[in-house]
Ligand binder design. Structure first.
Ligand SMILES: [Mg+2]
Length: 270
């Protein structure tokens, strides 16, 4: 008997999505997923075609969201929310869901605001303590120590962040060449995905880093609990964590691969 090749998980998922576009959610990370990682985080931009594809998808599918650790204002700018008609269809969640764009307004998570002062104090201490080659990025309700251009300072940054977390009650989150402190609010990319998929029958998430794994967890949970058609897309790079690569249903090559996949989702069955 001839072996029947297993169906391609992307083809299977796209068939679900185009059958019920209004009940489909499409979610993506930003840095490393849509935008190449660059030394200066302020200089990051999505690759050609990615922003167009997202807006096209947002006009067609039930919910389309960019969910990132960046401040939501940065994302709104990079995703051209203010310059495109109908851009409000695209949901933008910043700081892992602590901030959400509603049209041109920004809503804060109700539990996060009271931590703003503690975050600002800790960020000021980081700026005073950090070696000159460590970049302190203030994000409002969180801040990040970047060691991309100074890997020799990675140990310093990790122990500083851990000590600060223990002293303040803020929570540390390691990522690619960076360490971040956030308020101890039970929110991450997974809680945002689960909320946005509340009444949807299919959902996918594209991510490249450890902070994206909770979104993969949420898709797995919804698939097990209520038969959601989930698709976990891992973005391959030299720095991609092994766990992300192993858990992905589909791998794409860098942000260009992500943009190609989003473009395909916008065209298939349309
Ligand atoms: Mg990323």
């Amino acid at each position: 008997m001839r072996a029947v090749p297993a169906p391609d998980p992307l083809d299977t998922w796209v068939a679900h999505a185009v059958e019920k576009p209004g009940a489909t959610g499409i979610f993506t990370d930003f840095d490393g997923t849509l935008a190449p990682i660059v030394d200066d985080p302020a200089a990051a931009r999505a690759v050609d075609g990615a922003v167009d594809a997202l807006h096209r998808l947002a006009a067609r599918f039930g919910v389309v969201a960019v969910i990132s650790g960046r401040p939501v204002r940065f994302l709104m700018d990079r995703l051209e929310l203010s310059t495109r008609p109908q851009a409000t269809n695209l949901v933008v969640a910043g700081l892992y869901g602590l901030e959400r764009a509603r049209g041109s307004a920004v809503e804060l998570h109700p539990d996060a605001g009271r931590w703003a002062e503690a975050v600002a104090d800790a960020a000021a201490r980081a700026e005073a303590d950090a070696p000159p080659d460590v970049l302190v990025e203030r994000k409002g309700l969180s801040f990040t120590l970047h060691v991309r251009t100074s890997p020799m300072s990675a140990d310093w940054a990790r122990s500083w962040i851990e000590a600060c977390a223990a002293a303040t009650g803020l929570v540390s989150h390691p990522a690619r060449m960076s360490y971040e402190l956030r308020p101890p609010v039970e929110i991450d990319k997974g809680t945002v995905v689960a909320e946005l998929l509340d009444d949807m029958s299919a959902g996918c998430f594209l991510g490249d880093d450890l902070g994206d794994l909770p979104a993969f967890d949420a898709l797995d949970r919804l698939t097990a609990d209520r038969g959601l058609a989930g698709l976990k897309v891992g973005v391959r790079s030299a720095e991609a964590p092994q766990e992300l690569i192993e858990r992905a249903d589909v791998l794409v090559e860098g942000p260009v691969g992500s943009a190609q996949l989003l473009e395909r989702l916008g065209l298939d069955g349309a």
